[in-house]
Design a protein around this ligand. Structure first.
Ligand code: B12
Ligand code: SF4
Length: 555
C-alpha cells in the first residue's frame, strides 16, 4: 500500500464516520454478489493459510481463534470445520525441518516467494483439493500480516472452485487494514476485531438472505459498492463463549496432547509497547475468563486428549495476582498433575506469585526482555528497567523456573552499542530458551504509524513481514551487515539452548515413559511421538555437526 493512498482513505473514513447515523456507510465502488440459496444449514470452512510449509516446515498447534469461531457456529447447528493448512504430517517436513537454516540468507526467502506464487506447488494443490472435497458455502480465512498473500491465494482458489463460495477475511491483518483488504477482488467480507458474534450474525444473514447493514464490525461489497458498518463492542463476559472444541480441527486425530493444551485465559493487555499490535483486536482493557471456566477447559483437555502440559497464551498471564491465586488453587484442589508455561512481563513477578505458580505446576515463563539498552526500552514504551529485570531474573532462577527470553533487534534507534548491550544482557540472563527477531512494523502498532509518517518504512509487501527480515525499516545508525551479525549470534545461541533443553527432555527416561503411557491407547499419536523423537534426535545430530563446536569457540 502506498502512503498517500492510505492517508486519503483514512481521511475519507474520518469524514464518513462523522456523518454516520447508524447504518452501513458507503466507502468505495466494486463488484460482488453475496447471497446464498436458502434451505439447508450452511457449511463453513475456516482456514489458517500456509506460511511455515512454504518454508519447508510445519506447525501443528491448533489455530485457537478459528476454533472459537467454529465452536460458536457449530453450537448454532452450522457445519463448521477448521483447516490448518500449515500442518503436515509427512517425512518431507520431518527431514527438511530447517532447524539449522539461517533466515537472514536471501535464498531462503527467494524459495519462499517462489512457492508462494506458484499455485502448482503441492501445498496449494492440496488446499485446492481439500476445498473442493469439503464443498463449503462459506470460506473464512484468518491471517496475520505475513500470511496476506497466502490468504489471497486461498480466496482465489475458493472462487476458482466455485464462484458462489462466500469468502470472509478476519484476524490481525484485516483488522489493522480493513479498507485495503476488502478492496481485494476475492474477499467478499472483512470482519474487524473479535469475531465470534460478528461471524455468527454474518453467517445467519447470508443464510437467510438478510441485509448486512445492521451487522456491526464488517466491511462488505454489495452491488458494486463497498460498505463499512460501525465497530462492534467487545463481549463483556468471556465465559459466554464456549470452550473451543479442538475436535472441529480437520487434523484433530494427529494432535498431540501438549498441542491441544494451548489456552487463552484472558484477552487484552493494558500496556503500550510501541511494536505490539495486540490492542487492535482486544483493546487495552483486560477481560478475564473466570478461574472456574479456565479449569473447565483444562479438565476437558486433560480427560479427552490426555494433556498434561499446558501453555497460557495470554498477553500477560500474571497481570492480576488475585485471579492467578484462584486459578492455582483450583488446579491444586482438583489434584491435577499438570505442568504449564505462561507468557508474562518481567515486572509482574515477585517472590509470592512465583512460589504460588510453582506450587500449581508452572515450569516455564516466557518473557519479552526486548533490549539491553534502557533508551531503546524507553523508546519502545516497554515500561521496564534493566535494573528491575536483573533483580527479577535472579528471583525466577532461584525458584527453579525455566526462562524463554525474547529479544527484538533492529529498533530504528539501534546502534552498535545498544546491540552489544542486548547481547550482554542476554548472556547475563542466560535463559533456557532464547528467541530473537527483528523489529517488524506490524500494521496497527504505534511504531508502524510513526515510521510510516516519517517515510521510514522501506517495504510494503506484506509477505515480507516475517520476523527475520531486517530490510523493512530504515536503520540510520547501524549497518545491515552488523544487524545480521548480531542476529546470527542470537539465532545460533538460541538454537544451542534449544538443543540442550530438548535433550534434557527427550533423553530423560521418566519423561519418555510418561509420554508412552499417556499415548499408548492412541496408536497414531504414539507413532507420531516416536517419529517426532527420531526427527528431533536427527536434527540435533545434524545441527551439532554443523554448529556446536564452532559455537562453543565463539561464546
Ligand atoms: C498465541 C500466539 C501465538 C502462538 C500461536 C499458538 C496458537 N495455538 O495459536 C505462537 C507463539 C506460535 C505465535 C507465533 C507467532 N505470532 Co503470535 N500471537 C499469539 C497471541 C498471544 C494470541 C493469539 C490467540 O490465540 N488469540 C486468541 C484468539 C481467540 O484470537 P485470534 O486468533 O486473534 O482470533 C480472534 C479474532 O482475531 C478474530 N478472527 C481471527 N481470524 C478470523 C477469521 C475470520 C474469518 C473471522 C470472521 C474472524 C477472525 O476472531 C477470533 C475470535 O475472537 C497473539 C496476541 C494476542 N493477544 O492475541 C499474538 C499475535 C497474533 N502473534 C503475532 C505474531 C506477529 C506472531 C509471529 C509472526 C511472531 C514471530 N516472531 O514469528 C509468529 C507467527 C507464527 C506462525 N508462523 O504462524 C502478532 C500478529 C500481528 C500481525 N499483524 O501479524 C500478534 C497479534 C502479537 C503482536 N506482537 O502484536 N503466536
Ligand atoms: S508486548 Fe506484551 S506487554 Fe507489551 S503491549 Fe504487547 S502484549 Fe502488552
Amino acid at each position: 500500500m502506498c502512503a498517500p493512498n492510505s492517508l486519503r482513505i483514512q481521511f475519507i473514513i474520518k469524514m464518513l464516520e462523522k456523518t454516520y447515523r447508524g447504518k452501513a456507510i458507503l466507502l468505495q465502488t466494486k463488484v460482488c454478489k453475496c447471497i446464498l440459496p436458502e434451505g439447508r444449514k450452511k457449511k463453513i470452512l475456516l482456514i489458517n493459510p500456509p506460511f511455515e510449509r512454504l518454508l519447508g516446515k510445519t506447525i501443528s498447534y491448533p489455530p485457537l481463534g478459528l476454533l472459537y469461531l467454529a465452536t460458536v457456529l457449530r453450537n448454532k447447528m452450522y457445519n463448521a470445520k477448521v483447516y490448518n493448512t500449515d500442518f503436515e504430517l509427512h517425512l518431507r517436513t520431518a527431514f527438511s525441518h530447517p532447524f539449522t537454516d539461517d533466515y537472514s540468507e536471501k535464498e531462503v526467502w527467494e524459495n519462499f516467494d517462489r512457492r508462494l506464487n506458484d499455485l502448482n506447488f503441492y501445498v496449494w494443490k492440496e488446499i485446492h483439493q481439500t476445498i473442493k472435497k469439503e464443498n463449503p458455502d462459506i470460506v473464512g480465512i484468518s491471517f496475520d500480516t505475513q500470511r496476506y498473500k497466502s490468504a489471497k491465494n486461498i480466496a482465489f482458489l475458493a472462487k476458482q472452485i466455485n464462484k458462489d463460495i462466500i469468502v470472509i477475511a478476519g484476524g490481525w491483518h484485516p483488522t489493522a487494514l480493513p479498507e485495503e483488504t476488502i478492496k481485494e477482488k476475492y474477499f467478499d467480507f472483512v470482519v474487524v476485531g473479535e469475531g465470534e458474534l460478528t461471524l455468527l450474525e454474518l453467517v445467519d444473514a447470508v443464510s437467510k438472505n438478510k441485509n448486512f447493514d445492521r451487522i456491526r464490525g464488517i466491511f462488505f461489497k454489495k452491488k458494486g459498492v463497498i460498505f463499512k458498518t460501525p465497530p462492534r463492542e467487545l463481549v463483556k463476559n468471556l465465559d459466554e463463549f464456549p470452550i473451543p472444541d479442538r475436535m472441529l480441527l480437520m487434523n484433530n486425530k494427529e494432535l498431540l496432547p501438549q498441542e491441544a493444551g494451548h489456552i487463552i485465559a484472558s484477552r487484552g493487555c493494558p500496556y503500550h509497547c510501541s511494536f505490539c499490535a495486540s490492542h487492535i483486536i482486544w483493546g487495552r482493557k483486560v477481560r478475564y475468563r473466570s478461574p472456574k471456566n479456565i479449569l473447565k477447559e483444562i479438565k476437558l483437555l486433560y480427560n479427552t486428549f490426555g494433556t498434561r502440559d499446558f501453555i497460557f497464551y495470554d498477553d500477560t498471564f500474571l497481570s492480576d495476582i488475585s485471579r492467578v491465586e484462584k486459578i492455582c488453587s483450583l488446579i491444586k484442589k482438583n489434584r491435577l498433575k499438570i505442568t504449564w508455561t505462561c507468557q508474562t512481563r518481567i515486572d509482574t513477578v515477585n517472590i509470592n506469585v512465583l512460589k504460588l505458580i510453582k506450587s500449581a505446576g508452572c515450569k516455564v515463563l516466557c518473557i519479552g526482555f526486548e533490549s539491553g539498552d534502557q533508551k531503546i526500552l524507553n523508546s519502545m514504551k516497554k515500561g521496564i528497567s534493566i535494573k528491575q529485570t536483573k533483580k527479577n531474573v535472579k528471583l525466577i532462577k532461584k525458584l527453579g523456573f525455566k526462562i524463554l527470553a525474547s529479544f527484538i533487534l533492529g529498533h530504528p534507534d539501534e546502534t552498535l552499542d545498544s546491540l552489544e548491550r542486548t547481547k550482554k544482557l542476554a548472556k547475563e540472563i542466560n535463559p533456557d530458551f532464547l528467541v530473537s527477531q527483528f523489529l517488524v512494523p506490524l500494521p496497527g502498532s504505534e511504531i508502524y504509524n510513526h515510521l510510516k509518517q516519517k517515510y521510514a518504512i522501506l517495504d510494503y509487501n506484506w509477505s515480507h513481514y516475517y520476523f527475520d527480515n531486517y530490510n523493512l525499516i530504515k536503520h540510520p545508525n547501524v549497518k545491515s551487515s552488523d544487524l545480521i551479525k548480531y542476529y546470527r549470534f542470537f539465532r545460533k545461541d538460541g538454537e544451542k539452548r534449544k538443543i540442550v533443553g530438548v535433550l534434557s527432555y527427550y533423553l530423560n527416561p521418566i519423561y519418555l515413559t510418561k509420554k508412552v503411557i499417556q499415548n499408548i491407547i492412541y496408536p497414531k499419536r504414539l507413532l507420531l511421538l516416536i517419529l517426532h523423537f527420531f526427527k528431533t534426535i536427527m536434527l540435533i545430530i545434524k545441527f551439532s555437526f554443523v554448529n556446536f563446536t564452532h559455537l562453543g569457540r565463539k561464546r
